[in-house]
Design a protein around this ligand. Structure first.
Ligand code: SF4
Length: 442
């Protein structure tokens, strides 16, 4: 195993360091170099430097958590808190290659092979912040498994497909999916700061050629929405739309908000989880202009509920955005009742309503992440009645081939006896409801 040490530092674990107010070494000692100056996406083509690209002032952002501070000091010596807390710094310094990653965590042979392989369709990228949450010594750690490639990704299994949900078939123009009668999905960017290894859109995200969405693509999508008055609800997703700069989001959401028949706008994002520094006061000032605007946040595991994420969700909730979570059920990551209960309880404390629990989509190379469907039902059964109703998400399968989301739940109806419906409660006890009206209708 490789030592966890990076640049001329001692061998102590990043979790054991004391926390200085700043990292003090010279910038020339920084072991992890910036990857690129700007995130790809429409904004890169159309906008220049923005006010919110400056490091945030201390009053605009919380201080570093002890964990982040220790990690920063060890792996990014010379970097000030203000830089670490700047989302653009986080994106510029995201780790995207084997050499840099190997300086931070002890990679298994399988992880090394997977990252070095050219067969991998989905790029590898993780923000320094999210990297700080990974266990440097345990390849089986839940969060590490969700973002570090393994060779199983290159193995296609029966039933898997590049586009299992058939989104391309319901796409009237590049970057727009119109499947349900009154709702549409607008893909605002193909870029994410951190790539989830089980991403449903791994065919698109991070792919320069296929995933790129420029202003012209967005204009086409907006024109389609203007023409389709039956659409009343638009989800802006990607990629991660919150990797776009404030001005670009302001332009896009403002354009959509001017379409009279669009009653509700929603943003789908993982930024509050992998890049909580993105939730600045200037961003929330933009977002709060466009209510009703809802936010679906992609959470995976209770270990993601850090002080930074708490602060990010507080800012969003205080700006009046209703927050919901979307979680993919992943084998060995969150597929047990205790983990899921811890996650949903933590989310409610953050004012995030657990919304969907997804059966993992059968994208190519996802077999190592997928669970039997019964596992999801078991989790819902372990939550329903055992905790607040608000904490219980809808367990759904997004039907392969474009059937849309199909809800599943444990069967609480035992049967019918005469005019009575026989029900089973969360403790397994049976009860009878006098459903005589139904009986007379038959
Ligand atoms: S954040 Fe969303 S779009 Fe980006 S890789 Fe993860 S699942 Fe895919």
């Amino acid at each position: 195993m490789k030592e966890a040490v990076v640049v001329g530092q001692s061998a102590e674990s990043p979790h054991e360091r004391t926390e200085p107010p700043h990292c003090r070494s010279k910038a020339s000692q920084i072991g992890l170099e910036p990857v690129e100056a700007e995130p790809p996406g429409p904004a890169r083509l159309t906008l220049s430097v923005r006010a919110d690209s400056r490091p945030n002032s201390p009053s605009a952002q919380p201080g570093l958590s002890p964990r982040s501070r220790a990690f920063c000091r060890r792996h990014f010596p010379g970097v000030a808190e203000a830089e670490w807390n700047d989302w653009r710094w986080q994106i510029r310094h995201r780790v995207t290659d084997l050499e840099r990653l190997g300086r931070v965590i002890n990679l298994s042979e399988d992880e090394r092979l997977a990252i070095a392989s050219s067969k991998r369709a989905l790029p590898f990228s993780v923000t320094p912040y999210y990297l700080s949450l990974l266990d440097p010594d345990d390849p089986g750690q839940a969060l590490r498994r969700t973002v570090i490639p393994v060779t199983a990704e290159a193995v296609a299994s029966p039933g898997e497909a590049e586009d299992p949900l058939g989104e391309e078939d319901d796409s009237p123009c590049h970057g727009l999916v119109h499947r349900y009668p009154d709702r549409a999905l607008l893909l605002a960017t193909g870029f994410c700061s951190t790539y989830c290894r089980y991403c449903t859109r791994s065919r698109l995200v991070g792919q320069t050629a296929r995933g790129h969405l420029d202003r012209a693509s967005l204009e086409q999508g907006i024109a389609y929405l203007e023409d389709h008055q039956e659409v009343r609800d638009v989800v802006i997703s990607g990629g991660d739309p919150l990797t776009l700069p404030d001005q670009e989001l302001d332009w896009l959401i403002g354009r959509l908000r001017r379409i009279k028949h669009l009653e509700i706008l929603r943003l789908g994002t993982k930024a509050p989880v992998v890049l909580p520094q993105r939730i600045t006061s200037s961003l929330t000032r933009v977002l709060r202009k466009y209510h009703p605007l809802w936010l679906s946040i992609h959470f995976t595991h209770p270990d993601e509920l850090t002080p930074e994420v708490h602060e990010a969700c507080s800012r969003l909730a205080d700006a009046g955005l209703p927050l919901g979570s979307q979680t993919v059920l992943l084998a060995g990551v969150n597929d047990d009742v205790a983990t899921m209960k811890s996650l949903v309880h933590g989310l409610l404390r953050l004012r995030v309503r657990p919304y969907y629990l997804y059966q993992c989509d059968p994208i190519l190379g996802s077999a190592h992440f997928r669970t039997p469907v019964e596992k999801g039902l078991e989790i819902i059964q372990g939550l329903r009645g055992h905790t607040s109703g608000y904490a219980v998400p809808h367990f759904v399968i997004d039907a392969p081939g474009g059937g849309g989301k199909i809800p599943l739940q444990p069967d609480y109806v035992v049967g019918r006896e005469g005019g009575e419906l026989v029900l089973r409660n969360y403790q397994g006890r049976t009860y009878r409801y006098p459903d005589h009206l139904a009986a007379t209708r038959h």
